[in-house]
Design a protein. Sequence first.
Length: 548
Amino acid sequence: MTFAQRRGRPLAFALLAAASLATAAEPAAHAFSERITRGDLAAHVATLASDAFAGRAPDTAGEERTVEYLRARFEAMGLEPGNGDRWFQPVPVIASTVDPASSRFVIAIGGRELELRFGDDVVFSTGTGQSRLRLTGSALVFAGYGIDAPERDWHDYEGVDVVGKTVVVLAGVPAPLAGDEWYGRTAYKLEEAARQGAAAAIVVHDEHGEGRSWDVLRTRAAAPQFDLPYDDDPRPPVPVRARITAAAASRVLDALGSPLAALRERAARHGFRAIALQGGALDVAIASDVVIGRSRNVVAMRRGATHPDEAVLYSAHWDHLGTRAAGEGDGIHRGALDNAIGVAALLEVAGRFAAEPAPPRSVVFLATTLEESGLLGSKYYTLHPRVPAAKTVVDVNFDVMVPSGPARNVVVVGFGLSAVDDWLRPLAQLQDRMPEGEGRDERDAFFRSDHLNFAAAGVPVLYLRGGTRSREGRDPFAAWNAFGRRYHTPRDAFDPSWDLRGTVQDVELAWELGARLAASREWPNWRSGTPYRAIRDASRAPAIVGQR
């Protein structure tokens, strides 16, 4: 079957099986308050994580039930549609699965070929939406860590033209940029390669530096890879994206007379510039099974009274993993804490704003799809926003709010990166709480939820993770550890015994912060030295009003 013939076929999200919704019992009706309450939060989670919603997978009957629930709640609050005159924002998506038997990945070295095996030596894919892609004779360039960071005076690509070429880059960051996770992400390296015009990017795997094994990458590469349509994305991905084992990279680079160890040493020095790997070229043929699907964001708005073209934005992803025929138990991945509780928080904040007089600025409420498939719903929104990024004050994102009871602190993912902290701190103190950053073992949390796409668009972001210092002498991590054992399994289900008192405080804090910013004329910015500051400054040129 050709690519064109597959258009419109339902997406096969991670082997999701359609659940029978006709016989599922609907949760009991609930009378919602205009305040933020434990009862309201629990009612929303119980509904969204119920069997009737079958795990909320995109492009299934579970999606239909979910987005209609959200539309009905927003409409009942008296909010207006946030996508023009529509509640839903259609989000197109491509699912591509590589066929290793019909694909080849060859490095041409002089007059001979070195073929790399899919899964054993290399994994690769394309986000172009093509069922067949061929690239031949693409010259190899070693681009160090593949980083262009003006605020850190680091320019791996400076002085070299890689248009149409294949860049080979190292995973992680060099020692001078240690701790800068933004530039260590593989996604960043692929995005930068695309900005530079490369035809292909090969990232050399480093298990120690990345914290994930090659087996994990091999397993993921065999599953569908999700992307926005290539022609709908003004920032399209690099056509060929690959990961290579260090052993295979060493074989290739040794054959080219540039040992990997020596290149690592050079790339770690300040002032490194990309190096052409003379005599090397990539020949690749990628055969993929391609499916085109469509899902929906849900968007609502409280229109501002005096500055409706400026907005505070709240976001939470509604999607989860659906129902898997071979899953444990009944196979329904209910996603109570990931992320029915975040959607519940979004609805509670929306209800509170709907009950109050309209603030000067607008407030947008965005329930995104396809977060579990690569943050695609939020990416699509930032490309097609209701309010442009330059006029969006902040994104307050809700994702995985573990009910661990009242706490003396509130953990803020990305704390210290923007002046939004200056607004949050006194509000948290009114609750007798102190905001603080996440622990070192949670540093990647900033790069794993929808707020990341808003940061990439320059919008300051806030993601509250709840408290870890109990007021009642409890083990602060017991609830988190319990959730970790249920994460992405059917056991992530609603529990009526949850202690939601601390969660209510988090949601109230998020509402108060947004209300203050919606009533102000200020634009809290990213801190100097962050990669997001330059993006924000450029988007709001020639000046940012009320910069703090």
